[in-house]
Design a protein around this ligand. Structure first.
Ligand code: DGJ
Length: 750
């Protein structure tokens, strides 16, 4: 997402070949999106299983455009307020659509004509097309709509650039990225999404969208925009899809700021699905000669339930979204083991513990920066002052990084680049560098003094970049950064934007953050970033373009994490899901759980620790050490394999999931009791999924507290065929309470 000045005017698409056919077929391995030309515009003709594009277009042509009080269904690929189509029977005015503008002459309507459709160069067997649209009256007001169909996963990306070549500014009051308007998909629609709040992220919610109703999902924090609602969903077309049955449209908006997703089920079974940024305080002013690139929307269609749609999004994320391919390190983050209470000796002690446990990376969290009266020893001061607190860490960060290296560990550091406390050198020197409502006292967040920096202001970004860049350079071998963000835009005003452009705040804030992120990454491409925002509020694909993982929740309680990770895993891959073993009683919930249970739960994501290893008993250290070894062996399967969900924690007394390697030679199965199991209850056998029915698999129960003892399955050590494991399943026992087990499957023979 970006805004570029002075690039508008006639589109200079990096054209390869103009498309002259009356339809465009965009294909992924299992699905097809067909766009059909109707007069001046392009329409959605088909999204679903593969079929001959000409046939799909011919059938779609028989479905009427229609109009009603709620707005028209034009099936246009990018409908705008005021679109006017002659369907030979009547004309109408589109009232909702994806875009609404006020032109420089005050006219509020857009009636598109297609200027061109072109194929653009695309990587990896993908197809990338761009459709350029011009307003019929204001020819220099243009939109370029992009679609990419990935040849190696069933995912489509789409986004839109708006170019204002008019003599004056254009005000955009709605500027969505995507609008699918179509008839004939189904007579019922069910929307599944994730809902939550701090320490309770990603609760799965699903219901039918009744006839005539519209469901609106959204987030208005401006920063923590993946908590309350996550910008991703499954829409079942017809009856509610299960893991393996039903037609599903999965979608995700790649955006970290305020957003909206709307799904409307009109009386005649039209579906109107829109997704995009939310303008919370007025229209976006797009200057003459400027252009704006709206966030990407990614979508996937599955004819075989939600599981396939999840796997498609996971694969896309691993292969095309996140910066670094490959498996992630096992780390220990110092936060829950130390909070603000640490010195050099304690950190070195924790590093030793990390090494003993088999960790690969040690991360210093909040509290290492600020100086004098603003030394960051609690959350009231020092935020924004990104230089080492030498009183606390006299030999600086480079010393700690070298000590980590000496122990064979990588080294990571926490930052909160978008924020500052009023009590900081930064804001004392620059009182106009934070978001504030003109003439009103600031509402402060965390610690009573935290505010959000004005990331629309390039000078602010420059200074934050300078400080962080300098710390990275001084630390030398810095390998990892946790990027945190713990406050909403509570004061909706930018001193930088001036009175005429306050409506630009929500969009420009987020693009400013992305610009800073991109600059840091360009300067230090090897650094792996974690997206964190008061726990899981950056579990979304906007940040995951720059970050390789997200912190799923500050609720590290294993029993709760079963649900949180179940929710986040619907849309986001295991390699990106930081899951840490923490101490008991859990710091958020006060609950106890065995180390094995905590370990087994964390093993279904990117395993890490967040405790002081010194507080572990010797037998716990021994168990954890063996567990880390096992995890490293299974890591390529869990982090880079395909996820199959076997039993939902929402539906029974246990949860079960498994990961299968791409070549189907290896798998890992994880089962978690939810504490409700009865003493003599026997769950139904676990029907495995995703295995090769022709292969035989050796099954080993791992992560046992005492080797060879306490098995949950009778077939550990046996070899069974993939077909039987799927058809007859594995019988297992789960004791009442927090019981769990992990199976490792390895194909034998060919
Ligand atoms: C909120 C994060 O979610 C925590 O993991 C931790 O980094 C704290 N911030 C530090 O202030």
């Amino acid at each position: 997402m970006s805004t570029k000045k002075k690039t508008a005017g006639a589109a200079k698409a990096a054209a390869t070949s103009p498309i002259r056919a009356p339809f465009i077929s965009l294909e992924t391995p299992g699905t097809q999106l067909v766009l059909a030309r109707r007069g001046d515009i392009w329409t959605f003709a088909h999204l679903g299983a593969k079929c001959a594009p000409a046939d799909a277009a011919a059938l779609a042509a028989k479905r009427p455009f229609r109009d009603d009080a709620l707005g028209a269904c034009t099936m246009e690929t990018y409908p705008a307020f005021g679109c006017d189509r002659d369907s030979k029977t009547h004309e109408w005015c589109e009232k909702r659509g994806a875009l609404q503008v006020r032109h420089s002459d005050g006219d509020e309507s857009v009636r598109w004509r297609c200027v061109s459709a072109r194929d653009l160069p695309a990587p990896n067997g993908a197809r990338h097309i761009a459709i350029e649209l011009a307003d019929q009256k204001h020819d220099s007001f243009r939109a370029v709509q992009h679609f990419i169909a990935w040849g190696d996963c069933d995912v489509f990306e789409t986004w839109v650039e708006i170019r204002n070549g008019e003599p004056g500014a254009v005000a955009l009051s709605r500027m969505y990225s995507f609008c699918l308007e179509t008839t004939g998909l189904a007579e019922k629609f069910h929307l599944m999404s994730l809902s939550g709040i701090w320490a309770s992220e990603a609760t799965v919610a699903e219901s039918e969208i009744a006839l005539g109703q519209e469901t609106v999902l959204g987030a208005r924090s401006g920063v923590r925009d993946a908590w309350e609602n996550n910008p991703a969903f499954f829409l079942s077309l017809g009856e509610r899809a299960t893991e393996n049955t039903g037609r599903v449209l999965a979608g995700a908006l790649c955006w970290s700021g305020a957003w909206e997703i709307r799904a409307q089920h009109a009386f005649t079974h039209e579906l109107k699905l829109t997704a995009g940024v939310a303008n919370l305080t007025g229209p976006y002013v797009l200057d003459s000669g400027a252009s704006i690139t709206l966030p990407k929307f990614v979508f996937s269609w599955s004819g075989a339930g939600k599981g396939a749609a999840s796997r498609a999004l996971h694969r896309w994320a691993r292969q095309h979204r996140m910066p670094h391919p490959g498996a992630r390190d096992v780390l220990l983050n110092a936060w829950e083991g130390a909070y603000f209470d640490f010195d050099e000796a304690k950190l070195l002690d924790m590093m030793d513990g990390t090494k003993t446990l088999g960790g690969e990376l040690f991360v210093v969290d909040d509290g290492w920066f600020g100086r004098g009266k603003f030394a960051r020893n609690d959350d009231r001061v020092g935020l924004g002052d990104w230089f080492v607190n030498h009183e606390k860490l006299p030999r600086g960060m480079d010393f700690l990084a070298r000590e980590a290296k000496r122990r064979g560990l990588k080294f990571g550091l926490w930052f909160e680049p978008e924020m500052a406390t009023m009590k900081s050198d930064l804001l004392v020197a620059h009182p106009d560098w934070f978001l504030q409502e003109s003439g009103r006292p600031a509402r402060c967040g965390r610690g009573g003094g935290q505010v959000v920096l004005d990331m629309t202001n390039p000078a602010v970004r420059d200074e934050v970049f300078r400080m962080i860049d300098q710390t990275i350079r001084e630390t030398k071998d810095l390998a990892y950064i946790k990027w945190d963000a713990n406050c909403d835009i509570n004061n909706a005003g930018s001193p930088y934007l001036g009175p005429e452009r306050q409506g630009n705040l929500w969009f420009d804030y987020t693009t400013g953050v992305y610009e800073l992120f991109a600059r840091l990454r360009a300067a230090h491409p090897h650094i792996v970033f974690q997206a964190c925002s008061s726990g899981g509020a950056h579990c979304e694909y906007g940040f995951l373009e720059h970050a390789d993982e997200f912190w799923g929740s500050d609720d590290s309680c294993a029993q709760q994490r079963v649900f949180i990770q179940w929710g986040e895993g619907q849309f986001y891959p295991a390699c990106a899901m930081a899951a840490h073993v923490t101490a008991v009683p859990n710091h958020q919930t006060g609950r106890d759980a065995s180390l094995k249970f905590r370990f087994d739960v964390a093993m279904s994501g990117r395993l890490g620790f967040e405790l002081h290893p010194k507080n572990m008993k010797p037998e716990e250290v021994e168990f954890a050490r063996r567990g880390v070894e096992a995890y490293k062996r299974l890591r390529p399967v869990v982090q880079l394999g395909d996820l199959y969900r076997l039993a939902s924690p929402y539906e029974g007394d246990h949860a079960a999931l498994m990961f299968v390697s791409g070549d189907k030679r290896r798998a890992a199965v994880m089962v978690y009791g939810l504490g409700r199991q009865l003493k003599h209850g026997r769950p139904a056998p676990l029907l495995l999924d995703g295995l090769d029915p022709e292969k035989r698999y050796r099954i080993e129960e791992i992560n046992l507290v005492e080797p060879g003892k306490g098995l949950h399955v009778d077939i550990s050590g046996k070899t069974i065929g993939g077909a039987a494991l799927a058809a007859a399943g594995i019988a297992f026992d789960l004791a009442p309470g927090d019981d769990s087990f992990v199976l490792e499957l390895t194909a034998v023979g060919r």
